[in-house]
Ligand binder design. Structure first.
Ligand SMILES: Nc1nc2c(ncn2[C@@H]2O[C@H](COP(=O)(O)OP(=O)(O)O)[C@@H](O)[C@H]2O)c(=O)[nH]1
Ligand SMILES: [Mg+2]
Length: 462
């Protein structure tokens, strides 16, 4: 079934603020019937509707279905195309009761609006050419950003800094592609090295830009969504105690009894302005019952997507505890060993351990010794780029895959042009591939399926 909608025919409504009680709550409408519905809500006759000033906050009474006063609200009309969606938009700030908000949404539906789907306002902004796809993604990032720098990156994305850079790449690429196509009509004898050098140097410049975006991806992603740091290791080594100390509250149950933590626990912490999702896991051991088996399976899944894994060992158990862990699990991970419970050993013994154990951090989750160093280590190990090009960059897997594809095609252009300068058809073919991926990035020719997938992840009312 196609979910494609003919936007301009319908007016949609949604509550834009989260559900629950609040000082105010906002209901938003967009589409051709917005102004008519405004008149219905505040009992304004048709001939007076044309007097409503856009971008002006009106304090008005909203009337219920029996035309009795219902709420005292502030209404702002944004006339299209100078609005978020490019259509007529009305924002109604009601008193923040879930009942009032739902009632006002239902009133709008009675007056002809339909309920908005997830991200429909932003989707309309995209369809109506107000923003490109990367800017739409920045809107979602801005809503979910959990650090100051994440907000900066999202705002710059929304304001079009990234789009501008990508669009200039696209324009350059079209330039080189038409040049290369033009050379296809030139006879081989008339081709000069200067012709080929031009293609190579222009492509190399774009390739460099793409490389920089690829390099900064990890940092921009982490700043936007947070880095995943997983605590794993043998049972009873102090993972949950460490988790609680880092989070600063007793979230995880700590117990002498091995196998106490059976599910995953997550908490968001901020270290030096970097958002971190810290995950406490069940101990990695041969589990003895179904619940624990599931816990260990989940831990393994989380480890695969972690940015950093701490293997927490009980220092008093010695080497054997590390050996019990399946090392193949950590193949592609950024792993750091932790030797916990140092408070149980003398300084002399700790020193001995430092010299025989694999490199790692020495902590006491109980007394807090070594936790400062541990936090510093998280930031260093994440290897964040300080230079993220004036705080903007690619942040989503979709963007990352598109730029990787374009980058690979550009590398192929350079290689072919250098080694087989007469293979201009191949050069043009790869340039076209590079261009297609850049167009994907901007969303100029994006399939409906991709769009549905992306906007379905937005919240309703955005
Ligand atoms: N002495 C000492 N005991 C600790 C330390 N960390 C944890 N423990 C104790 O070790 C036991 C297991 O801890 P827990 O955090 O539940 O381990 P987990 O199974 O790895 O999550 C509990 O009795 C904790 O109080 C530490 O740094 N020093
Ligand atoms: Mg535990």
């Amino acid at each position: 079934m196609s979910t494609k909608k003919v936007f301009n025919d319908s007016t949609v409504v949604a509550q834009s603020t989260p559900y629950g009680y609040g000082g105010i709550g906002v209901v938003r409408l967009t589409g051709p019937d917005t102004i008519k519905i405004l008149g219905d809500l505040i009992n304004l006759s048709k001939d007076k509707l044309s007097d409503v000033k856009p971008r002006f906050a009106y304090r008005e009474i909203i009337f219920d279905e029996n035309k009795d006063p219902f709420d005292d609200a502030v209404l702002t009309l944004f006339k299209g195309p100078e609005s978020y969606t490019g259509e007529d938009v009305l924002e109604i700030s009601c008193h923040g009761s879930p009942y009032i908000l739902k009632y006002v949404v239902d009133l709008c539906i009675n007056y002809g609006a339909s309920p908005a789907g997830p991200g429909e306002f932003t989707r309309r902004a995209f369809i109506n050419g107000k923003i490109d796809l990367m800017q739409a993604e920045s809107v979602a990032n801005l809503v979910s950003a959990s650090s100051h720098r994440g907000v900066n990156i999202a705002l710059n994305g929304l304001r079009g800094k990234l789009s501008k850079e990508i669009a200039s790449m696209r324009d350059e690429m079209i330039d080189v592609l038409s040049y290369s196509e033009h050379l296809l009509d030139v006879s081989e004898e008339d081709l000069t090295t200067a012709n080929i050098s031009y293609i190579i140097s222009k492509t190399a410049k774009m390739h460099e830009m793409a490389q920089k975006l690829i390099e900064n991806y990890s940092t921009c992603r982490i700043m936007t969504y947070g880095a995943v740091v997983v605590l794993c290791g043998p049972v009873n080594s102090g993972k949950s105690t460490l988790f609680n100390s880092l989070v600063g509250s007793n979230r995880a149950i700590v117990n002498r009894e091995p196998g106490t933590t059976r599910d995953l626990l997550e908490a968001m912490i901020i270290i030096d302005g970097v958002p971190i999702t810290l995950v406490d896991t069940a101990g990695l051991r041969e589990a003895s019952n179904d619940i624990e088996i599931e816990g260990v399976r989940r831990a393994r899944d989380y480890i695969k997507k972690a940015d950093l894994v701490f293997v927490v060992n009980d220092i008093t158990v010695g080497k054997t505890s590390m050996e019990s862990i399946d090392n193949t699990l950590f193949k592609d991970n950024n792993i750091v060993n932790i030797y916990n419970k140092t408070d149980l050993l003398s300084q002399k013994d700790i020193k001995k351990c430092r010299s025989v154990f694999k490199p790692g951090l020495f902590t006491s989750a109980l007394t807090g010794v070594g936790l400062g160093e541990l936090k510093n280590h998280i930031i260093t190990a994440l290897d964040l780029e300080s230079n993220t090009g004036e705080n903007f960059g690619i942040t989503t897997t979709r963007q990352y895959n598109a730029i990787l594809k374009s980058d690979a095609a550009m590398a192929a252009v350079i290689e072919i042009a250098e080694q087989y300068p007469l293979q201009l058809e191949l050069v043009s073919f790869e340039l076209q591939n590079a261009l297609n991926s850049i167009e994907d990035l901007l969303g100029t020719k994006t399939a409906d399926e991709v769009l549905n997938n992306m906007f379905d992840n937005f919240c309703v009312g955005k």
